[in-house]
Design a protein around this ligand. Sequence first.
Ligand SMILES: Cc1cc2nc3c(=O)[nH]c(=O)nc-3n(C[C@H](O)[C@H](O)[C@H](O)COP(=O)(O)O)c2cc1C
Length: 223
Amino acid sequence: MDGRVGVPLRVLVFHGSLRAASLNARLAVLAARTIEDKGAQVDVGAMSDFECPSYDLDVEQADGVPAGADAFCRRLKAADAFVIASPEYNASMPGVLKNAIDWTSRIRPQPFNGKQGLLMSASPSMAGGNRGLWSLRIPLEHLGSRVYPDMFSLAQAHEAFAEGGKLTNDVLQKRFEMTIGCFLDLVEAAKHYPGLKKQWVEFLGEHPNRATDRIETTETEAA
Ligand SMILES: Cc1cc2nc3c(=O)[nH]c(=O)nc-3n(C[C@H](O)[C@H](O)[C@H](O)COP(=O)(O)O)c2cc1C
């Protein structure tokens, strides 16, 4: 499996758009195929799988987290890593995606913590939705995800896909595959050789305190 050994990596891949003809869905499908070609297992999701009503603390206290957040949490936990192909709306991430992240962040143990993530976007614009990914990094990194430094943004995406689903531009297609390959190498390394101890604190600047349920320590530290 592309030079990797042992149990295949499991990667949750989903797109952040609700519309049927989503360009980001096409990019997510290409990502899933590429990941499978490199020997990892893929769980393909869609934004509709994780859709939640607008976050409301009163609703959370009365009814708990909605099914969409439960599903997001469960599928994140089952994966070694996640890949999100997200549209850019007004230079930011779609509200439906942020809302799902907010709801899911309420679940303990908080499932984004320590998870490796790769971000990609597709847009008809010349910038390919890249600004939206910078905004998407913020809540994910805040929640302790290890968001891969490289991101892939597909400009003029409405004209970028060939019939079989690959990118028409060979150089871009190779870059796409290389980005995914390098990301999987890192996920593999992080899974088998965890080197960095980390602690997730919900609000930066808070001091770790076991009496406070917002604080989570890694299993190693808790032992
Ligand atoms: C409310 C709204 C805001 C948008 N803002 C941006 C934007 O800031 N940058 C951009 O590149 N495209 C923007 N677009 C266009 C989307 O990139 C385009 O509709 C894209 O196809 C959406 O992703 P999807 O095809 O996966 O649904 C916007 C679209 C909508 C509906």
